[in-house]
Write a protein that binds this ligand. Sequence first.
Ligand code: HEC
Length: 190
Amino acid sequence: MRKVNGSFLIAATVASGVLWAATIELRRPLPKHLATTEPSDRAALILPLQVDAAAFRQLQQELTADRIDVRMQPTNTNEAEKPLAVLVDASQIVRLIVPLDPAGGTIPAAVTNAARQWAAGRDAFVTHCGHCHGDDGLETTYANIKTMKAISTRLTDQKILDGAAEFGAVEVSSWSPQQRADLLLFIRGL
Ligand code: HEC
């Protein structure tokens, strides 16, 4: 997994250089200037410098239980771009992007909720899907199984849930709407 990401990073950097490095894209490695050098087995929510420091510290405490670190870094390179809240998983792949109000200030509930939902979806995926699909959805050794990378670009949410019941015998129809929504939010970032 790490090796695949590593070689992708090198290939992408060689192919498009500086332009690529500045762009934050879903399912791509976090641009180098935003990555942390400290190895971590936790996901991280990166908030732009525009957010209020007290709100930042509060969220940092709140997301500890979800095993998400929170840090502040400049996520827009110029003022014309919207600042972004960016969630990366433990292998520094971008899994969620929420554009923010350029004025900054308090952290919108949408960001906190999305981070929490993602964490709940991640835990549900690891518990119910991970042993066949791999915790990152990339496992392909099981008979007929395909990678789940970018699966939401080729399957609807309903088809994804149907697949869980049909092939994995996981009856997600008995889950609460919230649990299904959490799982789908996580899977959409794969
Ligand atoms: C017991 C192992 C197992 C578990 C657990 C499992 N799956 Fe699967 N899943 C498979 C296999 C094997 C396939 C491929 C089946 C085929 O195409 O013949 C598959 C295929 C799928 C597909 C179709 C994928 C595609 O590329 O078209 C989806 C969607 C899917 N699974 C979702 C899930 C979700 C979501 C979960 C957890 C809630 C889950 N599965 C749990 C084994 C499993």
